[in-house]
Design a protein around this ligand. Structure first.
Ligand code: ATP
Ligand code: TZE
Length: 533
């Protein structure tokens, strides 16, 4: 009998102690809860009963199997090979349980076997030719920290999950992600975990054309702790159904010419001027630039709100055009609010722009940026050369505090393209020339004024401009939004610098806001200096 083909989309690992009713739910209410979860769309169930006797585990598993059979959903037993054999169930083993080779030997050829994987080396071991056919799927994680399992392996983040998928490549072994998978974290997981496939196995390769994605999401408390497990399961299924949109977008590549970008940027300026399109821009930004960024946002005809309150982050995320996260004065409480707001924006499919101000300056900022990028999905990173270099792992360009120093990168195109391909987002690197890439297409913008380098917060304002365009409801996506935002602020800066009233940084600063307000689509078409590089 061949092993069954399984839809791993929503893999539910049960834990009676997590049910909302009591600390350890009575068996009947646990079974009712399980049945609702199955009605909501759970496609695989695993029974994980830690710290219970064999007899109790057997009884929970036996009764669960009757429910799962009713819905034709496969049931896996965690660790207890004896119970799996007795009940003709499938088996899941962790790295500290029975070795999977021995488990397969006793389980026989007909049952499915899954293994927990924490590292690329553990994945490589399963892929050895002598282990072929033993393992049907791997559970990769923990992606995030959870309350549900003692003795956790190290949290690997979405990047760690991607590293394991990279090794798994186009193998037929299926992969689910586990550990802290919730509606808030799923968009980031789906966006960040696809791993570029051959011909280039190098995750930083410039133009990967195919990606290995996850086959499913393994959840514990997102369903187990819900009083309405059917509703919870339905939401999780719907979120996972968006998986292919993320990879299609990655695989599509660039089809934009510089002329087309300018034309669309001008159309977007026009669109912004129509009142009903005014996007709401939630900034969680530094205390230095709040006023400038709010005024800049208004001058472009969008609506700013500079809230740093976690209690309203969820409500704001529903109303948003775009969320701006800025590392400028990132205190611990601000970073916490940024994480919450970023996840809420992800949940509501709103764009997030990240400005990693000063990330090259200190280890504290590097850790803060890394934690934020693991916690939520960012669509656009906009920074100066020192900041982008630090995120790319290069020390070629130095930072002095929040400023970038020196002449810049010898090969800026490769730096932005590589970072964008690796992080699967759009990177905008500001300076005398701005470089923007989505990992496929890269553009250089030559507009701008030297005055911008002489006022504080011109980079933060550039990020606000990018966010305004990212927050507009239109089809063209984050690459064009980044290009449009940078074109607009740099062209406005050029026009401002030409004013005879501009005598120094402070008069320039006011003139810049004025010219953002005055800017027309015709100015964009007439002045844009942009090329594909
Ligand atoms: N010498 C220059 N010539 C033309 N444009 C410039 C020049 N310097 C900066 N700019 C423009 O100014 C904007 C901000 O870039 P910059 O690299 O100065 O940001 P930043 O260092 O992050 O600023 P801050 O940290 O003060 O917010 C970008 O749009 C960039 O194109
Ligand atoms: C000067 C400064 N310090 C922290 S944020 C900021 C504004 C420019 O990024």
């Amino acid at each position: 009998m061949p092993r069954p083909t399984v839809d791993y989309s929503l893999y539910y690992v049960t834990g009676r102690s997590l049910l909302p009713t009591t600390s350890t739910a009575p068996l009947d209410s646990y079974l009712d809860h399980l049945e609702l979860a199955l009605q909501g769309g759970v496609t695989v169930v695993q029974i994980r009963e830690k710290d219970v006797d064999g007899r109790e585990f057997y009884e929970v598993a036996r009764r669960s199997k009757l429910v799962c059979d009713k819905y034709n959903v496969p049931l896996f037993i965690n660790d207890r090979l004896d119970i799996a054999l007795l009940l003709s169930c499938h088996l899941h083993v962790g790295q500290s349980d029975l070795p999977y080779q021995l488990a397969r030997h006793l389980l026989g050829p007909d049952r499915l076997l899954g293994v927990s994987v924490n590292t690329p080396d553990e994945m490589l071991d399963i892929l050895k030719p002598e282990h072929a056919g033993m393992v049907d799927y791997v559970g990769i994680g923990p992606a995030f920290g959870t309350q549900t399992k003692k003795n956790l392996n190290p949290v690997i983040g979405v990047r760690g999950v991607r590293d394991v998928l990279q090794v798994l490549g186009d193998s037929e072994i299926k992969a689910v992600v586990i550990g802290g998978i919730t509606p808030e974290t799923i968009p980031n997981v789906l966006a960040q975990t696809p791993a570029p496939l051959l011909p280039s196995a190098d995750p930083t390769a410039a133009s990967p054309t195919k990606y290995r994605s996850l086959d499913g999401l393994a959840v514990v408390s997102s369903i187990a702790a819900s009083p309405t497990p059917d509703v919870a399961a339905r939401e999780l299924r719907a979120l996972f159904a968006q998986r292919d949109e993320y990879t299609t977008r990655l695989e599509r590549g660039g089809e934009w010419s510089a002329e087309k970008v300018v034309q669309v940027a001008a159309e977007l300026v026009d669109l912004l001027r129509s009142e009903e399109k005014k996007p709401l821009m939630h900034h969680i930004t530094n205390t230095v630039v709040q006023n400038d960024c709010a005024n800049l946002t208004l001058a472009l005809n969008a609506s700013p709100i500079m809230s740093t309150v976690s209690a309203e982050a969820a409500a704001l995320s529903k109303l948003l055009g775009c969320l701006v996260l800025n590392l400028g004065t990132a205190t611990v409480p601000i970073l916490e609010v940024q994480t919450i707001a970023g996840r809420e924006a992800n949940r509501n499919r709103k764009k997030v722009v990240f400005d990693p101000v000063g990330v090259g300056a200190t280890a504290y900022r590097r850790k803060a940026a890394s934690d934020l990028l693991n916690a939520c999905h960012v669509s656009i990173i906009k920074g100066n050369a020192g900041e982008i270099g630090a995120l790319a792992g290069s020390s070629e360009v130095q930072a002095r505090g929040v400023d970038s120093v020196g002449p810049g990168f010898k090969d800026p195109v490769t730096v932005v393209r590589t970072l964008a391909a690796r992080e699967k987002l759009v990177v905008g690197m500001s300076g005398e020339v701005d470089y923007v890439s989505d990992g496929h297409s890269t553009f250089a913008i030559e507009n701008g004024s030297e005055w911008q380098g002489k006022i504080t917060g011109s980079g933060c304002m550039a990020s606000s401009a990018v966010a305004v365009f990212a927050g507009l409801d239109h089809e063209s996506g984050p690459l064009v939004a980044t290009l449009a935002g940078l074109l607009v602020i740099n062209i406005a800066a050029e026009i401002a610098a030409e004013r005879t009233t501009v005598q120094g940084p402070n008069t320039f600063r006011s003139a810049l806001i004025d010219e953002c307000h005055n800017l027309t689509p015709e100015d964009v078409v007439k002045r844009a200096r942009i090329k594909r590089v």
